[in-house]
Design a protein around this ligand. Structure first.
Ligand code: FAD
Length: 369
């Protein structure tokens, strides 16, 4: 057996959320191992991506944090710190978006307070195999309960642009040329339009269709119990269709986004085009490669255990566990983007909490048997 009962594979924001949730549920830190191939900083991957697009504010609201309970959220914290009710009032109308700096400060505090760094084993897990009473992770022995919080696969670039020397991915650090094409039309693209325009650049938004305008990554109804239950009762083919639709680009509505674009369009500095032209730089705001097949660990898990899949997704139970590998005595669960089959907004901080709570319930049920 391994030295601990529980393993979290992936030391990012979803991993930290799960760890904090387990401690909140009374699990001892010494019972948890966290495998991370990107060092002990849980924000290491996210920080670089957010900094690359120069993101200043979170898309999420007060509850977009890594704590086990949704309330009190970051608005309460900001209200206390600023000695002002404004963040709370904004939060009531769904208008409070913490700054990235506030969010990262909270992550750092949680990391420190929970002793996260002491639970980290700095290595990449290559293989997970079901054995009696748990899962063997490489040569580290068997863990009874395992949560995969692996984050995204590699960055996605349109095939025809892979070799183009003008290309940079939005999630890689970059400056701007004088004339820039931004490919894509989601949140990262919209953030790039505004930042490039503010830097005095001429911007062409290259897109095949117009983005949806949504405050959050998925419609608010899908965060509610009722909306979620309806989603989880949807048959596989319809669920695939819905998830593909939800994956289409979107960014929030509002004047803060529209006014700078309208002004720049009037000045001839912003235009929308279906194709690239002679721009000196092409910023691809085209996200990540999608689906479990792009994660070697998940692809192997599916193949080794003949798991049920649908298009890009591994079939999950509503609590984000893999039904074929989870029983009263052991748990295999997914968090982050890979858990969309159970929770469409899995790749958000709210989604990380949802998966973490499901995992804790399984661990607790096993403890009380
Ligand atoms: C720019 C940007 C802005 C965003 N803004 C918001 C927002 O405002 N609000 C919101 O709610 N969400 C936001 N999101 C979405 C979401 O919060 C992030 O995607 C979040 O980082 C997901 O956490 P994660 O742990 O799944 O992935 P990550 O934070 O990427 O962590 C995954 C970790 O697992 C490690 N790993 C992977 N495979 C293995 C392996 N086999 N063995 C060991 N370690 C492994 C990786 O190295 C990494 O450290 C944003 C995302 C991006 C990219």
């Amino acid at each position: 057996m391994s030295e601990t009962r529980i393993a979290i594979v992936g030391g990012g924001l979803a991993g930290l959320t799960a760890y904090a949730t387990l401690l909140h549920g009374g699990i001892e830190p010494e019972d948890i191992t966290v495998f991370s191939d990107s060092g002990p900083d849980p924000a290491a991957v996210w920080r670089r991506q957010a900094a690359s697009i120069r993101q200043q504010r979170m898309r999420s609201e007060s509850d977009g944090h890594c704590l086990p309970t949704s309330f009190p959220g970051l608005a309460v914290r900001a209200a206390r710190r600023r000695a002002s009710p404004v963040p709370l009032l904004q939060s009531i109308c769904d208008r409070y978006h913490p700054t990235v700096a506030e969010f990262l400060e909270h992550v750092e505090e949680l990391r420190e307070r929970t002793g996260w760094d002491r639970r980290i084993v700095p290595r990449r897990v290559e293989r997970a195999r079901a054995v009696d009473g748990g899962f063997e992770l490489d040569d580290r022995g068997a863990f009874q309960h395992v949560l995969f919080a692996l984050g995204h696969a590699e960055l996605n670039l349109p095939a025809e642009l892979v070799l183009d020397p003008r290309v940079v991915h939005a999630y890689e650090p970059h400056d701007y040329a004088e004339k820039v094409a931004v490919v894509g039309a989601g949140m990262a693209a919209a953030t790039e339009w505004l930042n490039a325009l503010a830097a005095g650049v001429r911007v062409t938004s290259v897109r095949r269709r117009n983005p949806a305008r949504r405050p959050l990554q998925v419609p608010r109804a899908l965060f509610s119990r009722r909306g979620l239950t309806a989603f989880q009762n949807t048959a596989p083919a319809a669920r695939v269709e819905l998830l593909l639709r939800l994956g289409e680009p979107s960014y929030p509505p509002g004047r803060a986004w529209d006014l700078p674009l309208e002004r720049a369009a009037r000045e001839g500095r912003f235009q929308v085009a279906p194709e690239l032209d002679d721009e000196a730089q092409i910023v691809c705001a085209t996200g990540f490669r999608r689906g479990y097949r792009h994660s070697p660990l998940l692809a192997r898990l599916v193949d080794d255990h003949a798991l049920e899949t649908h298009e890009h997704w591994i079939r999950l139970a509503p609590d984000c566990t893999v039904p074929a590998l989870t029983s009263a005595g052991r748990t295999l669960a997914l968090a982050g983007t890979a858990a969309q089959w159970a929770y469409p907004a899995a790749d958000t901080l709210a989604g990380a909490k949802y998966a973490a709570r499901g995992f804790l319930r399984r661990v607790e049920a096993c403890r009380t048997r």
